[in-house]
Design a protein. Sequence first.
Length: 178
Amino acid sequence: MFVYLMVCKFAHILCILFFLFFTLHTLMNIFIVAMGQVMQRLRFSWLGEPTPDAGSKNTFKVVLTLVLCYTFFTIFLEIAEASTGYYNTPAWIPSLRFIAGVLFTIYSIYALMKLRENVRDKYSIPEQQCVGMEDLCCSMWCSCCVIGQIARHTGEYETYKGKFCSENGLAPNTPSIV
């Protein structure tokens, strides 16, 4: 009976942690997936730089792979931490989670900053505020707004439907306006 109660309690805690953690990660990572779609649409690399067509044909897949690897890695670390008990957690588990979070955040900010910078250059859009640092500031503090703005600027959503489950965020027969 005792073992049964412990297993049920452990399973219940895992379900709650998984739901909360996965929900928060999903909300944050949806924006990074959208960034990958815009990069694919503009024929940019996974680092937000313009590339020849051959170099950009897998951009969305690379970004999606990075997001999925980071998400599953952190979920596995959460499960490992929960299985050891929070007071008996080895120091390497939170350290790895912290390092992965910092690296993924740096990648996300850098790639979005370069994407925004190159879109501004491509369409001759001048900086308005924080001249010289606007791309970095907007990418750090308003990343979801930046991705939405770039997506709207490079897609004709009033005429053609957007599609979440596509490599470029647009329906298959949508003409490119970039």
